[in-house]
Design a protein around this ligand. Structure first.
Ligand SMILES: Cc1cc2nc3c(=O)[nH]c(=O)nc-3n(C[C@H](O)[C@H](O)[C@H](O)COP(=O)(O)OP(=O)(O)OC[C@H]3O[C@@H](n4cnc5c(N)ncnc54)[C@H](O)[C@@H]3O)c2cc1C
Length: 439
């Protein structure tokens, strides 16, 4: 290995991060150092990995290095749903195998539990609310998909509540949707605040270096990692940098780099908020796969997320951001016509990594190099548990959950660019068109 060929570049437009009360200055690595384990990437996966490594090996020196600011990468740009079961309610495979589905749910719930433990123990202020998620439909096709989802939830004995049109309006305030399905086991939260809180409460044997992209790896072990200002020598390396692992030479032809976008309004006034009615905070997942996610936030803002596009993780395109913000505007005004005058304060994109077959990267990548990557868009709870489990693997701790993760498949190989990009964008367009008014 040599130069790291793909690095994240996140600018300062992420509403979650920008509205945090206080972010202390970064402490980039400077000079040479050594560590027992280095974790690369401080999203939900890396934060959990570093915490668990430190818990299991209190005498070890753990280094967590992050290219940007913690809370300003994909983890802190997400929509803040820490889910227990699938978003994609029409996924053909969903609940085809009850055993498989229960395993997925157990993993997600273990991730939620690990996050909850830290939030409670350290009093992390991140608007953590067990509000559940509301899958909502505004089209007949969407309503049919909700019925299908209800039937599959029955198969795996999962709780839910179906809401008719009146109940949906009573819950959300807005009358855009005419049918909904509420599942209780999802946490809504402020993702950047959670990331910052998790980083600030790491055990004392973890040293965190933000604004420290790893730009070069001399593979060992011992491995030598180079950053702009320093070097680190370590026998054990954990990659928790999601799709950016391809920059280290892993799974370069298997991962699908995708960007999705969010926008956030200014806080509504009391009058504007009262004009909506309904519950003061909620999270809507669209009934259509490429539809619009909406959250009503505790600080009175509205969050809108939609639009997926293929991107080799380049966040640069202001043109793409403007286009996404335009789509968000349309979605917002359709749902909140009485608030059409309310502007967005922020619009941002974030990098996701997908696999065509939905499989993760988990386990040993090379001698002394481990990876917990690719959570296919549900990385809050899944990233947390995979980070915890990869740390347990490194420390030789076994569990059924770990065995389950080690037994999963791996991402399958893709067509080369530009075919892959065309294919993904075509697929995304087809889903968008199918979404209709769910967009
Ligand atoms: C707009 C949007 C909405 C989303 N909504 C949700 C949601 O509601 N619920 C949900 O579960 N998921 C959601 N996701 C997906 C979720 O954000 C990801 O699945 C999750 O962030 C993955 O966590 P991670 O820690 O594995 O990776 P990331 O959060 O991507 O973290 C990887 C980290 O590695 C760092 N890094 C990369 N390369 C290097 C390097 N060379 N040196 C040092 N550091 C490096 C990056 O800067 C980054 O901080 C959303 C994503 C987006 C973009």
């Amino acid at each position: 290995m040599g130069a790291v060929t793909l690095l994240p570049r996140y600018d300062r437009n992420n509403g979650w991060f920008e509205t945090l009360a206080e972010v202390p200055p970064a402490a980039p690595l400077s000079g040479p150092t050594e560590a027992d384990v280095v974790v690369v990437g401080a999203g939900f996966t890396g934060l959990a990995a570093a915490r668990r490594l430190a818990e299991l090996r209190p005498d070890a020196r753990i280094l967590l290095v992050e290219a940007g600011r913690i809370g300003n990468s994909a983890a802190g740009r997400s929509s803040g749903f820490a889910i227990d079961h699938a978003h994609n309610i029409r996924s053909e495979g969903f609940a085809d195998s009850a055993t498989y589905e229960r395993q997925q749910i157990a993993l997600n719930r273990a991730g939620q539990a690990y996050l909850a433990e830290a939030v409670t123990a350290h009093g992390i202020d991140c608007d953590w609310t067990w509000a559940g998620k509301i899958h909502a439909a505004c089209t007949n096709r969407g309503a049919r998909d909700l019925d299908h989802f209800a039937a599959t939830l029955d198969l795996i004995d999962e709780d839910y509540e179906l809401l008719d049109s009146d109940a949906t309006v009573a819950r959300l305030g807005i009358d855009y949707y005419h049918r909904a399905l509420h599942t209780p086991g999802t946490v809504l939260l402020q993702p950047a605040a959670l990331c910052r809180g998790l980083a600030a409460s790491l055990p004392a044997n973890v040293t965190v270096h933000e604004e420290t992209p790893v730009t070069w790896l001399d593979e060992g072990p011992p491995h030598e990692l180079h950053t702009d200002g320093g070097t680190i020598r370590t026998p054990e390396l954990v990659l928790a940098n999601n799709g950016f692992a391809v920059g280290f030479g892993f799974y370069a032809h298997h991962l699908i780099p995708v960007v999705t976008w969010g926008s956030m309004t200014r806080p509504l006034t009391d009058e504007e908020s009262a004009s909506i009615g309904g519950d003061l905070t909620w999270g809507v997942i669209p009934a259509a796969p490429s539809g619009t996610t909406v959250r009503r936030l505790v600080d009175g803002r509205i969050l809108i997320r939609n639009v997926y596009s293929y991107s080799r993780h380049s966040m640069a395109g202001g043109r793409f951001r403007r286009r996404a913000a335009g789509a968000h505007r349309v979605a917002f005004e359709r749902r909140f016509p009485g608030l059409a005058h309310v502007p967005f304060d922020y619009s941002w994109g974030g990098a996701l990594s997908m696999a065509r077959n939905g499989e993760p990267v988990f386990g040993r990548l090379a001698d002394g190099i481990h990876g917990a990557l690719v959570h296919n868009g549900t990385g809050l709870s899944r990233g947390a548990i995979c980070g915890k489990l990869i740390a347990e693997m490194v420390c030789g701790e076994g569990s059924d959950l770990l065995d389950g993760m080690l037994a999963t498949g791996r991402p399958n190989r893709n067509l080369p660019d530009p075919l892959l990009g065309w294919g993904v964008n075509l697929y995304a367009r087809r889903l968008r068109m199918r979404s209709g008014r769910e967009m």
